[in-house]
Design a protein around this ligand. Structure first.
Ligand SMILES: *Cc1c(COP(=O)(O)O)cnc(C)c1O
Length: 401
């Protein structure tokens, strides 16, 4: 079938919860994808950072293939021979004791919320059902009813209430706002160390360290949603590393699945994660053999530091290029191989700019009106990045004309 037919049939037989760019991808390798007509595109979205290690990463694929032929699913009713290696490796990468494996990011966030509340009641001594969690304006933590209940995005929450109580929303980037929102019933502060969906918003220097200190003083858990910011994207293993901050709970997903299967996890120490006992939380697929084999391969890739270094060096190069795009760019934010580029709205919507980039062979996605998000796989080359920046430059030049 041709692209048009795939798009027409797909659109008429699926719920319209997405508005995809009109490209039908058939295959991919590294940082490149190929559509059904054979056109090549540089993938500058990387599955919202799920493909940090590239499409078809040979190490990840070899682990998945070997596992597919041997054992794919047991449920957690039994042990399997890929479980111990994955959880010990991931715990070590995080400098923590324990891992609670789930599948999607939203499930890992839900898990962290449950763990924080239970810790609040059993360890901190909060009165029953009184726990609150401080969260941020413009957050993105997933799509479950509890999570969208504390979103400030009208599209994400509108029409989906009633919502779960127990969340306090404060301004992102203000440690003072966090301090003021905390009371004796606060069990956690949940935040993204860089807000991805909000437009790659990097908080002011010192913010994460200040929140860490406030949490320590108030006996409140610092929960870092590193689902998009973590696992090499920003030039460190975790975005929290840039401020030398260690959260009480890491929430991981996206790239943990190596671009092959959904793998998520909450990682923390025994004094926190240990509050969950048999029967109190779980997932049929969480920690399955295929997920563990893939996750273990991903942990192995991160252990060398090679991908973090690539994100650091190539990210510096990309940001230098983006800083010199000239008129039409209102602002560029980001860290490592991750950028939010605010386009002057008079040149067109983010959607129109993304479509023009697509016609020039670059796949990127707009977020929040006029922001283009760039997050290519960390296997991208310097020349490819330069070429992508040139395409963006050309699109802006054409839009100005
Ligand atoms: C993508 C994302 C999630 C949700 O992950 P899903 O796998 O889509 O449920 C949560 N938090 C952040 C920061 C994300 O980027």
């Amino acid at each position: 079938m041709r692209s048009e037919d795939h798009i027409r049939l797909g659109e008429s037989h699926s719920a319209h919860n997405y508005h995809p760019l009109p490209v039908v991808i058939r295959s991919a390798e590294g940082a490149w994808v190929v559509d059904v007509e054979g056109r090549r595109y540089l993938d500058c979205l990387a599955g919202y950072s799920s493909l940090n290690f590239g499409h078809g990463n040979p190490v990840v694929l070899a682990a998945a293939r070997e596992q597919l032929d041997r054992l794919t699913l047991t449920s957690r009713a039994f042990f399997h021979d890929r479980f111990a290696g994955f959880v010990t490796g991931l715990a070590e990468l995080c400098g923590k004791d324990m891992v609670l494996p789930m599948n999607t990011g939203a499930e890992a966030v839900e898990t962290a919320i449950k763990v924080a509340r239970k810790w609040g009641y059993e360890v901190k001594g909060v009165a029953p059902d009184q726990a609150n969690i401080v969260v941020m304006e413009d957050n993105f933590h997933g799509r479950t009813t509890t999570i969208v209940g504390f979103s400030t995005d009208p599209d994400a929450r509108g029409g989906f209430g009633p919502f779960a109580p127990g969340f306090r929303i404060v301004k992102y980037g203000s440690a003072e706002a966090v301090r003021e929102a905390i009371d004796e019933n606060t069990v956690a502060v949940l935040l993204e160390p860089i807000q991805g969906e909000a437009g790659v918003l990097v908080p002011p220097d010192g913010y994460l360290a200040a929140v860490r200190e406030i949490c320590d003083e108030a006996n409140v858990l610092f929960v870092a949603d590193e689902i998009q910011s973590g696992l090499g994207r920003t030039g460190e293993t975790f975005a929290c590393d840039h401020e030398g901050v260690v959260p009480d709970l890491y929430v991981l997903g996206k790239a943990l699945g190596g671009g092959v299967v959904p793998v998520s996890a909450v990682v923390g120490n025994e004094d926190v994660l240990g509050v969950i006992r048999p029967g109190q939380h779980g997932s049929t697929f969480g920690g399955n053999p295929l997920a563990c084999a893939v996750g273990d391969a991903v942990v192995g890739l991160l252990r060398t530091g090679e991908y973090q270094a690539r994100a650091r060096d190539l990210g510096a190069f990309l940001h230098e290029r983006l800083a010199n795009l000239g008129p039409g760019v209102a602002a560029v934010r980001g860290r490592g191989l991750w950028a939010g580029v605010d386009i002057d709205p008079s040149l067109g919507t983010g959607r129109e700019i993304s479509e023009a980039l697509m016609r020039r062979g670059v796949l990127a996605k707009d977020t929040h009106g006029s922001t283009i998000r760039l997050a290519p796989p960390l296997v991208v080359s310097r020349d490819e990045l330069a070429w992508a920046a040139d395409q963006l430059s050309a699109v802006l030049r054409e839009a100005r004309a």
